[in-house]
Design a protein around this ligand. Structure first.
Ligand code: ADP
Ligand code: ADP
Length: 221
């Protein structure tokens, strides 16, 4: 079953002086339980693609289905989104999660359970301003997982992390995959893609230039 199906997406950014083609005719699909990596250096369109899939940005043309249909209010019940920002800096780890837990009507047991899984429980009363980048990243992931979404869309989940924290996040993502969750993540790190992704899409100037299993593609690069 395809959890995500993307067909001929195009997106341009325009201002007074220039038009930038961010996505140029992107098509792909993702199956349940798959980890798909969207890979490429800075500026190739990775974030734009994720923002369209999360409904934060509208494409100029093309279509996509997500979790069995067009994006709607209902979609968000099963969608976990992790972007690099959006934490409340002056609030504690625990309160950042509680705010979201209340929106989704999730009890505090689930919050505590996730804090333990991500090794943040002992730090739960610490303010976000006092956290290391590894801790912030784990908190962002925690928040993404609160409502037990079926599909995760993660923008560079391990950027700026040291090797130890990177491995911790990789293990958590692999565990989620084994539970049947579907994951789309962006990265600029081919090694990371090889370690955890079932398939990768290489973007270059807004186009898909390669799509396949990481070890197959590696032979060519
Ligand atoms: P990536 O996530 O791979 O770094 P982005 O999707 O952020 O790529 O950006 C793709 C291209 O679109 C880049 O050239 C970027 O400069 C441009 N871009 C992104 N957002 C905007 C915007 N709001 N206005 C104009 N250009 C943008
Ligand atoms: P991690 O391995 O999670 O990235 P670090 O080794 O960077 O953690 O940080 C270790 C400890 O130092 C953490 O408990 C973190 O809260 C604290 N710390 C890191 N950076 C800062 C900072 N800029 N201000 C305050 N505390 C910090």
């Amino acid at each position: 079953m395809d959890v995500v199906q993307v067909s001929e997406l195009c997106k341009k950014y325009k201002n007074k002086y220039r038009t930038k083609i961010a996505l140029d005719n992107i098509s792909f699909s993702v199956k349940k339980g798959e980890i798909l990596g969207i890979i490429g250096p800075s500026g190739v369109g990775k974030t734009t693609l994720l923002k369209i899939l999360t409904g934060q940005l509208l494409p100029d043309s093309g279509q996509f289905d997500i979790l069995g249909g067009k994006i709607s209010q209902k979609t968000y019940e099963n969608l976990g989104i992790m972007m690099s920002d959006g934490l409340y800096e002056t609030l504690s780890i625990k309160y950042n999660l509680q705010l979201f837990a209340e929106i989704f009507n999730i009890n505090s047991k689930r919050v505590d359970q996730l804090l333990k899984i991500t090794d943040l429980y002992e730090l739960r009363n610490k303010k976000v301003t006092k956290l290391s980048s590894g801790e912030k990243q784990r908190l962002l992931l925690c928040r993404t997982l609160l409502h037990q979404p079926q599909l995760l869309l993660l923008d560079e989940p391990t950027s700026r992390l040291d090797p130890k924290n990177t491995v911790a996040i990789h293990e958590l993502l692999s565990k989620l995959k084994r539970e049947g969750k579907t994951i789309i993540l962006t990265t600029h790190d081919m090694l990371e893609a090889e370690q955890i992704c079932d398939r990768v899409i290489f973007l270059h100037q807004g186009r898909v230039i390669e799509i396949g299993r990481p070890y197959e593609l590696k032979l060519k690069y």
